[in-house]
Design a protein around this ligand. Structure first.
Ligand SMILES: Cc1cc2nc3c(=O)[nH]c(=O)nc-3n(C[C@H](O)[C@H](O)[C@H](O)COP(=O)(O)OP(=O)(O)OC[C@H]3O[C@@H](n4cnc5c(N)ncnc54)[C@H](O)[C@@H]3O)c2cc1C
Length: 403
């Protein structure tokens, strides 16, 4: 039976819980708010299905050669509403058009983040946009298996560890891979604590004294490159903040409250398990300057024949150019490297339940005075550089005219 001795060895993917034939495993949250399996030893029959389905214990690396592309959805409204270039929507549409089912991640009424499934195109917007919180998989594996056994095409979208869990779970019941299953994963920085997110939602609600109607972690009003999170409230007001002035985004991107397993992720590789990997195409302005804009560009890895089949279906809905796998991964380090925990992570979680929340945000989730000064200095340098560039362009133009 599964016993987690080191928290870095559990991604909370739910495969062990869902594979158990006697349902003796429950998922319980720890003090940081992450789910871990707990075995009821009195009911355990020691079949070891949980151990076999664990993707951390049963590691494997597929022997494949992914092909990389840069892409944007041709529908500009879809691209604007998506985190990157809107590839997920194109994939979901194709599977739903074939009478299929799409699994993805949505908010519930209280803005908790969880997996569910949809069968209609009008529901795609529930999954659109990244939610930077660990999602609760719950019993999605059982639902997935029943759709697959019924012969329906299914697209399962998740983080790489959740996808690894799906494959290990399915292999317990079905030796051959299902040819009606398509999987899409994102390149993943790491997943933040759901408890931290819940506290931040409650704090924002209280501070604004208005009900939260919508959260968009990748609002593009200020462009795609500068991460901005937007809250819409019932009183018609909103709150739009960038990664430097939104405390939650700041703590997420500084690795303050990621799951311990994210700092030793087993899924960092250029040999990916999902059929298709999607991500932000960081560095696109250097690799493909003519294709680059600030509205969101997707990086796509097509990893398997299944992925190729689905990608060929959606190509007409995208503008696509060939790219280079290794070079793209140099700009997107999260593809191959785990993030390092913030030096103050342990300290943060020691204060998490005792310090007043607003004080916790001030203490841990904003740039230090030195960083603020450094940022101001950098802004001045960038401004001066831009003025010099303009002057040089001007001088060149004047010389041309004189000639
Ligand atoms: C936790 C997390 C970390 C990420 N880290 C990086 C990174 O370091 N570098 C990078 O380039 N890209 C990262 N991404 C991926 C990126 O943010 C986009 O999700 C991806 O490029 C797809 O964008 P899109 O425009 O095609 O579609 P969108 O419509 O924006 O994609 C939405 C898709 O993401 C899924 N999704 C949303 N929230 C979650 C969640 N919490 N867990 C699992 N799946 C979710 C939805 O189900 C749907 O399939 C991360 C995404 C998540 C969720």
């Amino acid at each position: 039976m599964i016993v987690i001795k080191d928290k870095r060895d559990c991604s909370g993917c739910y495969a062990c819980k869902n594979v158990c034939p006697v349902k003796c495993i429950s998922m319980e949250t720890d003090e940081e708010g992450f789910w871990y399996p707990k075995v009821d030893f009195d009911r355990c029959i020691e079949c070891c299905a949980c151990i076999i389905s664990c993707h951390v214990i049963n590691k494997y690396e597929p022997d494949n050669n992914p092909v990389a592309f840069a892409a944007k959805n041709r529908d500009e409204a879809v691209r604007a509403a998506s985190s990157s270039g809107g590839v997920f929507t194109a994939l979901a549409e194709a599977v739903l058009e074939d009478g299929g089912v799409v699994f993805g991640v949505e908010y519930d009424d209280d803005f908790n983040v969880k997996h569910s499934y949809i069968e209609k195109k009008e529901d795609i917007s529930r999954y659109r946009g990244s939610k930077y919180v660990q999602s609760e998989v719950k019993d999605a594996h059982h639902q997935l298996r029943s759709f697959l056994d019924a012969g329906r095409p299914v697209l399962f979208t998740a983080t790489p560890c959740q996808i690894a869990g799906v494959y290990n779970y399915l292999s317990h019941f079905h030796e051959e891979p299902y040819n009606n299953l398509y999987t899409m994963e994102n390149i993943c920085h790491g997943v933040p604590s759901p408890k931290m997110w819940a506290k931040y939602v409650a704090y924002t609600h209280e501070k604004k004294a208005a009900e939260i109607k919508k959260v968009d972690f990748r609002d593009k009003t200020k462009g795609w490159r500068d991460f901005s999170v937007k809250f819409d409230f019932a009183d018609g007001k909103d709150q739009l903040r960038t990664m430097d002035d939104d405390p939650y985004l700041f703590g997420f991107l500084r690795n303050l409250y990621l799951r311990p397993a994210c700092h030793r992720c087993t899924e960092k590789s250029l040999h990916r398990k999902a059929d298709i990997t999607v991500a932000d195409f960081w560095g696109v302005e250097h690799m493909h300057p003519d294709f680059s804009d600030d509205k969101g560009i997707s990086l796509i890895y097509v990893n398997s024949p299944q992925g190729e089949k689905l990608f060929d279906r959606i190509r007409p809905n995208l503008t696509v150019i060939d790219s280079d796998l290794r070079q793209s991964a140099k700009y997107n380090v999260a593809a191959t490297h785990s993030t390092k925990p913030n030096k103050r992570r342990d300290e943060f979680f020691r204060d998490f339940d005792t310090m007043p929340f607003e004080q916790l945000l001030v203490e841990y989730c904003q740039p230090s005075d030195e960083e603020k000064k450094q940022k101001k200095r950098q802004a001045k340098i960038d401004k001066a550089k831009n003025v010099i560039k303009k002057l040089i362009r001007w001088e060149k133009l004047r010389t041309k005219i004189r000639r």
